[in-house]
Structure formats: C-alpha cells, structure tokens
Ligand binder design. Structure first.
Ligand code: ADP
Ligand code: MG
Ligand code: ZN
Length: 682
C-alpha cells in the first residue's frame, strides 16, 4: 500500500514538470502531429528536481511507468479528445528521454550499468526488418473454446497456465488466436563504436539495441550514426540441453533514438589555429607543403601524394533533380609487394576525418558493401559493409583485388552512385556510401609487367578500374640513385625512430585544415572552364580520326572537375582558377601515361582501362579473328601452323606475338581448340 502511494506521488510529481509551459506546448503539439511519444530533455528534469533526475538514471524501470501515466494525464487536460483516441489504440503514450548529461563509452559498459539508464553513440552496423511483436496473446481452449488473454514479456511466447473458464480449467492444449492478440512493432539493431571513438589499434565493440514501439522502430538504417538512450539489460544466453550460461550478455532496451548528422564533426579550430590555417592557405607553396606533409616517412611518390592530397580534400558533389554526381575521388595504387602501399593507406585512414582501413575482404561478413545475413534465431538482418560505414569519409581498401564475389557486383553502384542497394531475404534497402576510396592492389602475376596492359596486370574487371579517377603504378625497380637515397631514408628512420623529414604542416593542424576546407564549395571560373573544355575537346578530336584510340571520355572530364575543385579547396579558395585546371590535367595525364600508355603505339589509350585492351592490340586481335573466320570458310577447322604463317606473311605479325595473342583469345573463350593443333571460333 505504501509503495502504491509512493508511485502515485512520483506520477504527480513528474506531472508537475509536464505542467510547465514548455511541456504543455509539447503535449499539445503531440496531439496536433498525431504522435504518441513525449520527448523529455534530461536537462529539464535536472533543473526541475535534481533528485528526480538521479532517480531516473538509477531506477529507470520504476520511473518510466509513472512518467507515462503523468504524460497521459496531462494529455487528457490538454486535449481530452485526442487522449481518448490514443487510449483505444494498442499502444499507449510513451515518454522518450533524450540528451543525458554524458555519453557512456560503449566499451566501458559493464555490470555496473545493468538496469541503469545510459546514453551511447555508435554506427548502426546491422538492422533487422521491423517485426510485429505480440504484447497480449489470446489463446483459445481446444476443449471448451474459452478465450484466455496472456500478457507477454520475455523472448518466448507464453501460453496460459490453465483455461480461464472456471468450469474447464484444463491445462491445454490451446490455439494462439492472432486476430484477437495485440501486436507492437519491434526491431533489433547492432551498433558499433564510431571510428573516431576508437582507441588506436583496437577492434570496435558492438552492442545490440532492442527497440519496441512504432514511433522508434525503423528510424535508423545501417550506416547511420545514432545516439540512443536506453536501459542496460543483461541476459544469460541459453544453450539447448545445457541451460543458461553464467556469463550474461549486455544489450540495450532503447527508450529513444536520435539519428546524428552525418558530417564528421568539424573539429572547430581555436582562434589561434584559425589564424594559422588562414595564413597557411595564403602561402604560395601551400600545395607542395600539404603534399610533403602526407606520410613524410615514406620516401618519394610525389605524384601519389599529390593524388592523396586531392582525395583528402575532395570535390563538390552535385545534386541535380534527376541525377547526383559524386564529389569524392577514387584513387587506385597498383604495385609490387613492399612498395609501401599498405603504409600509405594506413596513414590516410588515420589522418582523414572518418577514415577507415580495411582489407578487400572486409573485416566483417558484410565485406565492402552490405550483406543480408541469416541470424541464428532464424530471422534476417541487414549488415553494413566498409563503404557504408565510411559514409562521408575515406575508405582505404588494401588488397582490393581480393574482395568478395558479391562485392565485385555491388561495388559498381557504390563507386559511382554512392549507394548500396540490397534486395534479398525480404529486405529491401538502399544505404548511403558517399565514400572516397583509396585502394591498393597487388599485381596478379606477383610483379607488375610493364609490357602488359593494366587489365592484364590486375585481377579486377575493367568496369571497376574505369571508376577510379586516378590510377598509379608503384614499381619496385632497382635503380642505383633512388635506391641509395631511399635506403638512407629508411635507415635514418630506424636509427632515430623518427621521420627524417619533418612534415611542413604538423598532422594535427593538417587534419583541422582539411575539416576547415571541406566547408568551401569552389566554383569554376571562366578561364578554368576554358582549359578543361579545350583539353577535353583536343583529346576527343585526336580520337576522331578512324584509327586512333578513344583517348578520353566524359568520365575523365568529371574526374578533372573533381580534381580541380579539390585543388582549389586545398588553398581554401572559393574559385577554381586556370592553375587548378592545369594541375588537374597534369596529374590525370601522368596517371593515364602510367597505366594507359599504349606500349605499341605510344598513344594514350583510355580503352586500356575501359575495355582492358589497347587499340593497337584490339586491332591485332581483330585481324587474327577475321583471318580465322576467313580460313574457316575455306577449310572448316583452322590449322594453327597455317594460321601463324598467314598472319606473318600477310599482316606482319611475328609468330611469337601471334602465339601469345591466340593464347589470350583461347583464355577469353573467343576461340577454342577442338583438337590439338587446330582452332575454331566459338
Ligand atoms: N618509399 C618508401 N619509403 C619508406 N619506406 C618504404 C618505402 N617503400 C617501402 N618502404 C617500407 O617497406 C615496408 C613494406 O611496405 P608495405 O606498406 O607493407 O608494402 P606493400 O603493402 O606495398 O606490400 C614498410 O615497412 C615500408 O615502410
Ligand atoms: Mg600490403
Ligand atoms: Zn477450457
């Protein structure tokens, strides 16, 4: 009895808070919007009554029930008609607590927190679809037909102990009657520590969040950053036949969820820092300074570091009514083993706001894009992969050539449209992946073979290669002068344990500089536009003559714009000048030369990336194919020796080369060998 009284007191006391101006307005607003959840700022509770606030955190279970009643009582006063309507529904009025005074660190949650109200932040990595959960189950007695309602708690559906009919009282069997039972929407999320909260070198921890109530389910998707307030619960997992385990697993029963802004928090610079940043941006050598501040311990690679600079700053995404064009750059490094690719990637993931380092396989079952997983208990859940988790950041993907089969398909959309679509196992969703990509890949043959094409050198399909704005080849070729300088550099690091080159801009300041620059949206000036347009047209017209390769496509033009924007941004300029356009053209040419140079005709040949074959090679393959077809018409099967002779005499293709190309056509499956020494077109 005494306890009852206390609860009524608590309810009345809380209602006093709801009688204040602010909450009366909120409650009236609920009625207008047709909502059932009253959002309560924790700070208001603290101001209203500090003891009451403390009680809320310590005993949330005892607090929230009277709080709901208080909210309902006040709603009856503010809008009796609406209150009546709410009452007849299956769900009642809810109270959602937001903005606790402190955020609990996910990895610090432990036994001390069980039963307490906490607030945690994290990225949603998994989400189940919304599932109806039965709150009050109605069972019909198989013997007398009596309906017995049973309120449900806990994870399993409970049948009545006995029939409610006093003359029957049988202990079953019963039928579950769905139409008579009441349901409420539920969902389960898994959140993971945000990369920015992660202590260096630690694996991110995760926490399951259970959500009940139609107004808070389906608010967050995988990849979203959320702040959630809820009660920490501990449940002992049950092992079949063995029983419950002694070690409990923590989860959170969510009370409120807020989706946080996706922008990585701009670490606001102090006034002194802002002054430094602005002064730096005026430096005529600013680009060189930034480049030289990228991974100073790694020797050389100035073009790669320049590309990384553009990647860090990024271009401006454009959202048109019908399409969106990505602003972020994608850069690929193909290189021999031991050329510091992994080191560069790790560096970038550390310096970039919201950087993420992963291997091509990804670190979870979801890989690089996303996956629909079957849970142990049978349901389906959607899990976000690396590109979704790095939304609005930079994903550094090492050994990209080793990615999952599923990712090879899904990554095309992620790289160009910046979304990941999933339609599988009853889950249909589109997740955001507005991610810049810095990828590394090892040559398929162990070492980069300069006389082969890029596509031959790397086991990634050309459709993926063509989505990289810039591609560089890092080769490990013994060369006396650079070798001695590099070994000096590396030995110096080992001797001092420090980088022999001080970065011109300290890493901490550089990170702030980048954050600061990201707010700028540079626009093309006339002269810059002119340069880019001229370059594009010149390259296109060079390819107009029938037999020259298509040099450049609209994809490259967009890459040039992005790169120019990034360059203007890195000097904190709002205008893209001709010099930015020039620099963008220069680095693109360099990249094209490295990968696209047609070794036979020495012409830049974008077809190499686009189709995986240079024009001259395609011509030759075409010649071989048409010769085969012509000979087939005469003899049926084509004798290989005869073909090689014909190619050498009529077309001047040396036998060795012809052998190699025929081998390639055989591998591709364009031709086949029905018996030894003979070939036929498929
Ligand atoms: N240009 C360089 N400057 C400094 N160190 C280098 C350079 N090239 C290679 N190294 C060193 O060689 C080692 C191998 O680098 P790693 O990043 O693992 O290569 P990869 O991923 O390309 O196989 C690292 O310790 C790296 O520091
Ligand atoms: Mg490596
Ligand atoms: Zn009965």
């Amino acid at each position: 009895m005494a306890e009852e009284l206390e609860i009524v007191d608590l309810q009345e006391h809380i209602q006093e808070l709801f009688k204040t101006e602010k909450y009366r307005r909120r409650i009236a607003q609920m009625a207008v919007a047709g909502e059932r959840t009253l959002i309560v700022d924790f700070e208001d509770v603290v101001v209203f009554d500090q003891e009451l606030a403390k009680d809320l955190v310590e005993n949330p279970d005892e607090w929230l029930k009277p709080a709901k009643n208080a909210a309902y009582a006040q709603l009856c006063i503010e809008d009796a008609e609406y209150a009546e309507k709410v009452e007849t529904r299956t769900e009642e009025v809810a109270v959602g607590i937001v903005r606790l005074l402190e955020t609990a660190r996910l990895r610090k949650l432990g036994s001390d927190h069980i039963g307490k109200l906490v607030m945690v932040e994290g990225i949603v990595v998994r989400a189940t679809p919304v599932r109806p959960m039965v709150m009050q189950a109605v069972f019909r007695c198989k013997r007398c037909g009596e309906m017995t309602p049973v309120s449900q708690t806990g994870p399993f559906l409970r049948a009545p102990f006995q029939c409610a009919n006093p003359t029957c009282r049988t202990k079953g069997p019963f039928d579950f009657i769905q139409e008579e039972s009441t349901f409420i929407d539920s969902q389960e999320l898994r959140i993971q520590e945000r990369p920015e909260d992660l202590p260096p070198g630690q694996l991110p921890r995760t926490l399951n969040v259970k959500i009940v109530g139609s107004e808070i389910v389906d608010m967050a998707r995988p990849g979203d950053h959320i702040s959630t307030v809820g009660i920490v619960r501990a449940v002992a997992p049950t092992l079949p036949t063995v029983g419950k385990l002694r070690a409990f697993i923590l989860h959170l029963d969510a009370n409120s969820i807020r989706v946080l802004g996706k922008e990585p928090e701009t670490i606001l610079p102090s006034p002194e820092e802002e002054e430094k940043i602005l002064k730096l941006s005026k430096d005529p050598w600013i680009h060189r300074k930034i480049m030289n501040s990228v991974a100073p311990s790694i020797y050389g690679y100035s073009r790669v570091k320049e590309a990384i600079m553009y990647l860090l700053f990024g271009g401006v995404p454009k959202t048109l009514p019908d399409i969106t064009i990505r602003g972020e750059l994608n850069v690929l490094l193909i290189g021999d083993p031991g050329t510091a690719k992994s080191q560069l990637l790790q560096y970038v993931s550390r310096i970039a706001p919201r950087g993420l380092y992963t291997s091509g396989r990804g670190t979870t079952a979801a890989g690089l894009t996303a996956a629909v997983l079957r849970e142990r208990r049978g349901g389906m859940t959607l899990e976000a992969g690396a590109l979704v988790l790095a939304d609005k950041g930079i994903a550094c993907i090492d050994e990209m050539d080793k990615m999952r089969k599923e990712d090879r398909v899904a990554i095309h959309e992620a790289m160009e449209q910046h979304t990941v679509s999933v339609a599988k196992g009853g889950i249909v969703a589109t997740l955001n992946a507005r991610t810049a990509i810095l990828a590394a890949a090892n040559p398929a043959l162990g070492r980069y073979e300069p006389h082969r094409t890029v596509a031959e050198n790397i086991s990634l399909p050309v459709t993926i290669l063509s989505r990289f704005d810039l591609i560089f080849v890092l080769r490990d070729v013994p060369e006396k002068e650079t070798d001695s300088k590099m070994s000096e550099h590396i030995l110096e690091i080992h001797r001092k344990g420090l980088s022999p080159v001080e970065p011109p801009i300290p890493t901490d300041l550089l990170r702030k500089y980048i954050s600061y620059a990201k707010a700028i949206k540079p626009v093309l000036t006339k002269p810059a536009l002119q340069r880019l347009g001229d370059f594009y047209l010149a390259m296109r017209s060079a390819s107009e003559t029938e037999d020259s390769p298509v040099a450049i496509t609209a994809r490259q033009l967009e890459s040039l714009v992005r790169t120019s924007e990034a360059r203007a941004r890195s000097a904190l300029r709002r205008e893209i000048l001709a010099e930015d356009a020039e620099a963008a053209i220069a680095i693109m040419k360099k990249s094209l030369e490295e990968v696209g140079i047609d070794v036979t005709s020495s012409q830049i040949d974008i077809d190499l990336i686009m189709t995986g074959k240079p024009k001259s090679l395609r011509d030759r393959l075409q010649t071989i194919l048409s010769t085969i077809m012509a000979m087939e018409r005469e003899t049926g099967l084509v004798e290989k020796v005869a073909l090689l002779n014909e190619l050498e005499t009529t077309y001047n293709i040396p036998q060795g080369e012809a052998e190699r190309l025929i081998g390639q056509l055989l591998r591709e499956g364009t031709i086949y060998s029905p018996r030894d020494g003979y070939i036929k077109k498929t």
